[in-house]
Design a protein. Structure first.
Length: 592
């Protein structure tokens, strides 16, 4: 085995050992290009946050004097057949740690141990292309019966501060200077825009909740669910800040004017590099490009500090980064497979993917097809063969013949028992972000919250949220006029309603909160608020005694009439049926 003078130790955890921590970080600081992602603190934070699903595989190499001279922080899957970097999903750069001249011995030790433990697949992501590890793996893989495939993964944009042009006052020349000045002046009308840095654990822990909520909110606006909604990711950033704050390597930066925060960056200052790791900004100020402005001010501040040589903007090829970049660093994806079929299959997939990405229309078509196939697979998986066949039959029958009834209910006065621990509020983006974080495992939540974000920003209807005393979202509802809220097929048949009539729409209770009376409480409180404004509130739904109809009756709504839609092939007709006035029994609603 290469490097016979090394003593190898394999651990399945990251020990809380001061001596190991010191030796590990000494190696992290002595590699070709030191990174905060290589530190003991980073590995420890990953293990603490992802212990439920992560299986660490740590190889330590010691020389003849007993000095730690190599660290390979890996993890395996539950079956022990696949290995990858421990920080693969959290670190922008991952690598084996040793002096460059000892890298062959360390890589040989790693590959030898993986072979002995019968690990069939090794995937090394975000490995710097200029690392001494890459040529060593390419050269040595065959010695351990591994087939090696290497491709480009990401290109990380960077700013080399010494290469920036300077004006007469020595300030750096940055792109779109006039636009930047105009935006900063607009955001700083009352107070100048400034950067605020939190470096201690006390400071960072107090500000992280607002940062996380802002990050989730920003992603909702862009039609995505942020990884920050996951409790594991939140715990990781908390643990990382706690550990790295001891050395001052972590910095939570806010761009502010007075007490108003416009943008954040959870970043690092390590070995001469200021790292742009996880930024976000207030979407209400998007027209002023607060993220662009924050990055510009970070670069300006770094350029004035001789301790910094690089601002690294990390993974992601966002256009705004390219405006600032004057250099880049490439990372590669390394695949090691024992199976020849798996090796060539992966190469073929990579080449097909590269070919598809060259054509934007083709890429969109493939993505759309894949999404359709995934949707159909989920449809059959959830319903089973019998349920799926029944659903398909129902759909086919509805095309040939269908008859549906929509009942209209008017609120006639409060009928629900009041719970003083809950209250109704007009919906804001922060409420949707809080719900995304609270109900991240609710299968219905992503689709509803993303659609609600679009509706909120379009201002086509008024959103309401029921909150408990701790501010937890319990129920969501929307209120709009009949013209914009009702389905088009029925609009012509409700034209008699005055402009004072409003319609409830798209109400939703998270699965974990159902069965506790929150829907009824929300409907009652919303209806009362609408009446106080001099308007009337209606709701519609299917007839019968389903959950929605029961909730409406409990909240004080009374059925007034219904519209019946019937269709036979291409012929459609809508008839109206009035309800005889009668008293409807109202069940007592238990306190939520």
């Amino acid at each position: 085995m290469a490097g016979r003078y090394l003593r190898i130790e394999v651990l399945r955890n990251i020990p809380e050992d001061a001596e190991l921590r010191h030796g590990w970080n000494a190696l992290a600081s002595s590699v070709e290009q030191p990174q905060v992602f290589y530190t003991w603190e980073w590995a420890q934070a990953v293990v603490r946050a992802y212990s439920a699903t992560l299986h660490p595989w740590l190889l330590l190499a010691y020389d003849q004097t007993g000095r730690l001279c190599g660290v390979a922080p890996l993890a395996t899957d539950a079956a022990g057949e696949h290995a990858s970097f421990l920080g693969a999903t959290t670190g922008d750069y991952c690598d084996f740690l040793s002096a460059p001249e000892q890298r062959p011995a360390l890589v040989g030790a790693v590959l030898g141990e993986l072979k002995r433990q019968k690990i069939r697949r090794v995937t090394l992501t975000n490995l710097p292309a200029d690392s001494a590890t890459v040529p060593v793996i390419r050269q040595m893989a065959g010695q351990y019966q591994l087939h090696c495939h290497i491709r480009t993964a990401y290109v990380c944009a960077q700013v080399e501060l010494a290469a920036l042009s300077r004006r007469g006052d020595h300030n750096p020349v940055l792109p779109r200077k006039k636009m930047l000045r105009r935006f900063l002046n607009a955001m700083g009308r009352e107070n100048p825009v400034r950067l605020d840095h939190a470096r201690t654990w006390t400071e960072i822990s107090a500000r992280l909740p607002d940062f996380m909520e802002a990050h989730v909110a920003r992603f909702l606006v862009t039609g995505r669910i942020s990884n920050m909604a996951r409790p594991e990711r939140q715990l990781f950033l908390l643990e990382l800040a706690k550990l790295l704050s001891e050395s001052g390597a972590v910095v939570l930066t806010r761009m502010m004017s007075g007490d108003r925060v416009f943008a954040w960056n959870y970043g690092f200052q390590f070995q001469g590099t200021w790292f742009w790791y996880q930024p976000t900004f207030d979407s209400d100020l998007e027209k002023y490009s607060p993220g662009f402005c924050l990055l510009a001010k970070v670069i300006e501040e770094a350029a004035d500090n001789p301790a910094f040589q690089i601002v690294d903007m990390g993974l992601g090829a966002e256009e705004y980064k390219e405006r600032f970049a004057n250099r880049s660093r490439e990372t590669v994806f390394v695949s090691l497979r024992r199976s020849v079929a798996e090796h060539y299959g992966e190469m073929l997939r990579d080449r097909l993917s590269a070919t598809i990405r060259r054509s934007r229309p083709l890429e969109l078509a493939v993505r759309s097809s894949v999404a359709w196939l995934i949707g159909k697979k989920q449809f059959f998986t959830l319903r089973g063969v019998t349920g799926a066949s029944r659903a398909v039959g129902t759909r086919l029958r509805s095309v040939l013949w269908s008859k549906t009834e929509t009942c209209f209910y008017e609120w006639g006065g409060s009928a629900a028992s009041r719970n003083g621990q809950v209250h109704i509020r007009r919906l804001e983006l922060k409420h949707l972000a809080a719900a995304a974080m609270r109900y991240v495992d609710d299968a219905e939540a992503p689709a509803y919250l993303l659609a609600a974000t679009l509706r909120l920003r379009a201002k086509a209807a008024d959103g309401y949220v029921l909150l408990d005393s701790a501010g937890t979202p319990l129920h969501f509802a929307w209120v709009g006029n009949f013209e914009t809220t009702l389905v088009p097929a029925l609009r012509a048949h409700v034209s008699a309603f005055s402009s004072e009539a409003l319609l409830l729409a798209d109400c939703w209770t998270p699965a974990a909160m159902r069965g506790q009376g929150y829907c009824v409480q929300a409907l009652d409180l919303i209806a009362e608020a609408i009446r106080a404004s001099g308007r009337t509130l209606w709701a519609c739904g299917e007839p019968g005694h389903g959950p929605w109809a029961r909730a409406l009756v409990k909240a004080g709504f009374r059925q007034r009439y219904s519209l019946i839609r019937a269709s036979v092939l291409w012929r459609r007709a809508i008839t109206r049926r009035s309800c005889a006035p009668q008293e409807q029994a109202v069940e007592e609603v238990p306190a939520a």
